[in-house]
Design a protein around this ligand. Structure first.
Ligand code: NI
Length: 135
């Protein structure tokens, strides 16, 4: 454990009140603990974007009636075969599909993969939940 440092932050009143209420209900009394946990979550949520290896999930919702979206998404996935561990397809409705792809690999490659998926016409939403790969 390194030496702790103190710093002050400004937060909107609403956010502070909501946090106060939630921490009371959860029985968390230390404001520092809350901030530390929030900072650790922020770091693991965003660090992967810069460098290193990541592991997680990419979710795509798309309209399979648009152009040849299925074929394009399949082609892209074949390009990133080394990064894909598993995937799952769910037919949501008559024309909407959900594709969940579990990935593991270099953050720059995963970032390119996500960007390519986002640029396919017919793709309605792409969400990622990626974390720095635990060593
Ligand atoms: Ni489908």
């Amino acid at each position: 454990m390194t030496k702790s440092i103190k710093f002050g932050v400004y937060v909107p009143g609403d956010l502070a009140r909501e946090l106060e209420e939630l921490s009371k209900q959860l029985g968390i009394t230390s404001r520092s603990k809350i901030i530390q946990e929030a900072l650790q979550l922020f770091i693991s949520e965003h660090k992967w974007r810069i460098e290193g290896r990541v592991v997680g999930v990419i979710m795509i919702i798309y309209n399979h009636d648009v152009g040849n979206v299925d074929e394009k998404l399949t082609d892209i996935q074949h390009k990133y075969i080394e990064e894909i561990i598993s995937s799952l397809h769910v037919h949501l409705s008559k024309d909407k599909c959900l594709q969940v792809i579990v990935v593991k690999g270099d953050s720059s490659k995963i970032r390119n993969f996500v960007n390519e998926l986002m640029n396919v016409k017919g793709v309605l939403a792409v969400r990622t939940s990626l974390l720095g790969e635990p060593v």
